[in-house]
Design a protein around this ligand. Structure first.
Ligand code: ATP
Ligand code: MG
Length: 209
């Protein structure tokens, strides 16, 4: 019998991932589920250290290949140390970004070959797949404006040109088109309550089914 689930919330910077994840988590907890909220890069002590390196705005010289490998290293640790054990004990894991982000950012936006990204994702995931990737789809110009209005320092990815962020957005949509069973695209330009109710419908479908 299957035990836990893994739900990923992904999409453009500032699309509302962190906000929507809090709502999904509260919904699942209110239904009596045990949950683990996590994020990528990060989610483990080692992963959070890698996150500091990959997102640090003071080291723009980080090359695309090293960046890809750091994301993959953080993911390998995340899957083995946190996700698999949590799911084995029946928990629902909710992750802020996951494997699809690497395909979008490192292939579609950065231009690294897809077979290289797939290989590193395969090594990191070791046969594991999330149950659903919810993609919060938003024009990155709006996303960056939302991030700016939070008043925090922008990280290395958020400082990328709009054209780069647009390519990443299109990368998410292309992945969703290719694999509609594993992806659910939600229009994140809607009022927040509508985005949340769309996301909860997707989650209820997965967890109930
Ligand atoms: N649908 C929405 N309409 C308007 N504002 C929104 C909406 N969703 C989120 N916001 C606001 O936009 C900002 C960014 O949201 P949030 O931090 O959840 O996004 P994120 O995708 O996690 O961003 P990041 O990529 O920086 O982690 C927050 O101030 C949030 O309140
Ligand atoms: Mg966030």
């Amino acid at each position: 019998m299957r035990k836990g689930y893994m739900i990923v919330c992904d999409g453009s910077n500032g699309a509302g991932k962190t906000t929507v994840i809090k709502a999904i988590d509260a919904h699942l907890v209110s239904r009596g589920h045990a949950t683990v909220v996590t994020r990528e890069p990060g989610g483990t002590v080692i992963g959070e250290k890698i996150r500091e390196v990959v997102l640090c705005p003071d080291t723009p010289e980080l090359c695309a290949t090293a960046e890809l490998m750091l994301f993959a290293a953080a993911r390998a640790q995340h899957v083995r140390e946190k996700i698999i054990p949590a799911m084995a004990s029946g928990k629902i894991v909710i992750s802020d970004r996951f494997d699809a982000a690497t395909v979008s950012f490192q292939h579609y936006a950065r231009g690294l070959p897809l077979d290289l990204i797939n290989l590193l994702n395969d090594i990191a995931l070791n046969g594991f797949k999330p149950d659903i990737n919810i993609i919060l789809d938003l024009d990155p110009a709006i996303g960056i404006a939302r991030v700016n209005s939070r008043g925090e320092r922008l990280d290395r990815m958020e400082r990328e040109k709009l054209e780069f962020l647009q390519k990443a957005r299109n990368g998410y949509l292309a992945q969703a088109d290719r694999d509609p069973k594993r992806f659910a695209v939600i229009d994140a330009s809607q009022p927040l309550e509508d985005v949340i109710s769309d996301a909860i419908k997707v989650v209820d479908h997965i967890v109930a089914g």
